[in-house]
Design a protein around this ligand. Sequence first.
Ligand code: 3HC
Length: 294
Amino acid sequence: MNLDDISTIGVVGAGQMGAGIAQVAAVNGYDVILRDLKDEHVQRGLENIEGSLSRFVKKDAMSDEEAKEALGRIEATTDVEAFGDADIVVEAIIEDEAAKVGLFEDLDRVTGEGVILASNTSSIPITKLGAPTSRPENVIGMHFFNPVPLMKLVEVIRGHDTSDETTRTVLALAEALGKTPVEVHDFPGFASNRILMPMLNEAMFALHEGVGDAEAIDTVMKLGMNHPMGPLELADFIGLDTCLHILEVLQEGFGDPKYRPCPLLRQKVDAGHLGKKTGNGFYVWEGGKAQHPA
Ligand code: 3HC
C-alpha cells in the first residue's frame, strides 16, 4: 500500500484523540469512516470536531465552506464492518491491551488485503498488536498528540515485524496530514512517553513531598523551562488514568522501580478524579481550562 492508494481513512474511537485524527484527515481531503461503539459517542466526537473547526474559522485559518466540506467527508458509524471500505485504519480506543488486540483481530478480518492497521496507542507494544493478526508487516504505531489539530508531531513506531513499505507509507501519510513524523522503535513508552511520563511523575512526587504547591511546581516549569503547560496541568490534560497506565507499562516493561507511579496519582485515579475529562484532578477544570488547584 502506497500513499497514492489511500483515499479513505478509518478511525476507530471517537474520543479526544480519535476525533482529532478524523478531523485532521478530513481537513486534508481524505474521506473518513469514524467509528465508536455507541451512536452517542460518535455524535459527541462529531460535535467536538465541529467545535474545533469553528475555532479555526473564527481566527480565519479556514473558511466556513472548508469546515463544512471537511465535516461532510466524515461518515459516522458503529459498525466495524464499515472498515471494509478503508485503505488504512487508525485505532484510537481505550488503552486496554485486550480490547486493542480484539479490535486488531476484527480489523484484520474485515479490511482488504494489504490495508495498514495503525495504532495511536501511547505505550502498548505495537509488536503485541501485530502478532495475532495475519499481517504483522502492515501493523504500525501512529502516535498523535493532544490536541491533535494543533500538535505537529506524529511518532511512527515500527513493531518487530513492520515492513519498510508500511513504514514509508505511514511516514508519507503523516506528512500529507500536515504533521512532522519521527520514526522510533518499539520499546516501552516509545520515545515520547518514556521521557515525558517520568517528568510528570516527578512533579507529582514533588507535590506529594511538599516541595511546593501545584501552582508553584507548574510555574517553575512554565517560566523556567518555557513549557506551555506545567507538568501537573499537563497530566490533568492528558488524563490521570492514562498517565498511571503508561507509568505501569514503563515499570513492567523495563522492570525498573524508577518508573513507580507516585501514590498521589494512584489515589486520584482511585477517587475517579481523572483530570480535565472529569473536571477534577490536580486542578479543578471549568470551560476546558484549569481554574485553581484541587
Ligand atoms: N482545536 C482548535 N483550536 C484549538 C484547540 C483545538 N482543539 N485547542 C486550542 N486551540 C486554539 C485556541 O483557539 C487558541 O487560538 P488563538 O491563539 O488563535 O486564540 C490557541 O489554540 C491557544 O489555545 P488557548 O489560548 O486555549 O490555550 P494555550 O495557549 O494554553 O494553548 C495548548 C493550548 C495548545 C493545548 C497548549 O497549552 C499546549 O501546547 N499544551 C501542551 C500540550 C501537550 O504537551 N500535548 C501533548 C500531550 S502528550 C500526548 O498527547 C501523548 C499521549 O500519549 C499522552
